[in-house]
Design a protein around this ligand. Sequence first.
Ligand code: TEU
Ligand code: CA
Length: 537
Amino acid sequence: MEKKWWHSAVIYQVYPRSFVDSNGDGIGDINGIISKLDYLKNLGINAVWLGPVYKSPNDDNGYDISDYRQIMDEFGTMEDMDRLISEAKKRDIKIIMDLVANHTSDEHAWFVESRKSKDNPYRDYYIWRDPVNGDVPNGITSNFSGSAWEYDETTGQYYLHLFSKKQPDLNWHNENVRNDVYDFMNFWIDKGIGGFRMDVIELIAKLPDEDIIPNGPKLHDYIKEMNRKTFGDKDMLTVGECWCADIDIAKQYSNPDGSELSMVFQFEHIGLDQIPGKDKWDLKELDTLELKKTLYKWQTAFHDDGWNSLFWNNHDLPRIVSRWGNDKEYRVESAKMFGILLHGMKGTPYIYQGEELGMTNIYFDDINDYKDVESINMYKDRLAKGYDVKDIMHSLKVKGRDNARTPMQWDDSENAGFTTGTPWIKVNPNYKEINAQSQVDDENSVFNCYKKLINIRKENEVIVYGEFEPLLMDDKDVFAYDRVLGDDRIRVICNFSGNEVDCTLVNAGDKEKQLVSNYKDVVTGKLRPYEAFMIRL
Ligand code: TEU
Ligand code: CA
């Protein structure tokens, strides 16, 4: 397979609103990000996936865009953005932009026009339908609760919104829509960005009348067309967000012939702690054997015919150390275990801001502390449906997206060094204990474990291109595997549990062959709670 820079790269996701506030208004901004580029350089990452920074009324924190060619007022100016790209480039860091093109804001000029009249030139940019028996056109529901159809008085029709009603879905079957999207993509490509993360890209070719939402029949035609008309001849990283991709679909997207994308985010492992067929809020305990089977299935799926992305976290997901680890007495050990388990695998790893510090979930008790439209809509919806408020709050604590969106914890000063003003969302009170300042120079910190993992990938081709060989498939506690390239064999061993467990896969005395570990010394024949290491055999 032809080698690509993004095969050996590690990507760091910045959620701009919560990263660093440079001007005291309580909202993270572009100048704040620039001020932390040296921190990111020190960590060793190669690219930043930057959450949306385009002009937006912020119904969904920038995933509702009103102008793709301007910067959100709160985040700064286009000059700031150009400087971010060039300052990052000086440090060999590429900027991957978030491409949110399944929908726009209802305040985007296209939609403002579209809703004016049935014969407006922009009418067909969105998806409009007549009422059926005085009600919604069909039963499609929004990802943010309730019907996906919103009635618009002016013309007496409904428009489709798969997310909030301030996020009308674009009609990708209209060629003008597609060309306008390609135009603004090229506008950003010309600025020297390193690629795109494509928001819910699998939804663009929907056929709402046939109840086909993800993976519409024309999806891959559109992606190939986009590729040809925008990034196809550039050396860019492109990653599609694909909740419904199976292995065959992922191979199609990530075909090494370069006709579509570099890779996709698939979420099969992420859905394992919800009741099958229900919502993410309907909780189920994780079955670790199921998790192992899922991870290993994807690890062994590609042989020079596709590429994986690797992640535990993003801005939509709870913090992994709180979710499947232990965010109390074994916070440090379990945070490192997740890092070691993931970064030994084949694919491109993504680190979400604060993951490298072992940041935890927030556990708000008051619904008014939640800012996320998804959480607030779910709360109202379930309350109206008669759910117990205690159960609703519990689901939010476990799965709410705001868990990942509390401000980055930089130091132990007020508001964790995120802002000198009032933060837009509460800071996690554990910032005095968990913050970057206390970790950067501590060789035993989670930060330095991640730094080492990033470096291991750079120095060991076997981690990038080696085959993946599963071990201990039936052990519910120990996750182990080998990576093999020629004569080089690296073994990764992780205790996924908070108990001491037996393990005879390696001997004590092998400490010097360990590339990274989360305990200082070695013991023989067993693993301590969340113990994890990589060892060269
Ligand atoms: O997410 C897509 C998506 O399906 C999630 O919102 C999902 O419904 C839920 O969060 C999973 O737990 C993308 C973005 O990542 C998200 O932040 C946006 O809100 C959404 O698209 C709409 O643009
Ligand atoms: Ca600010």
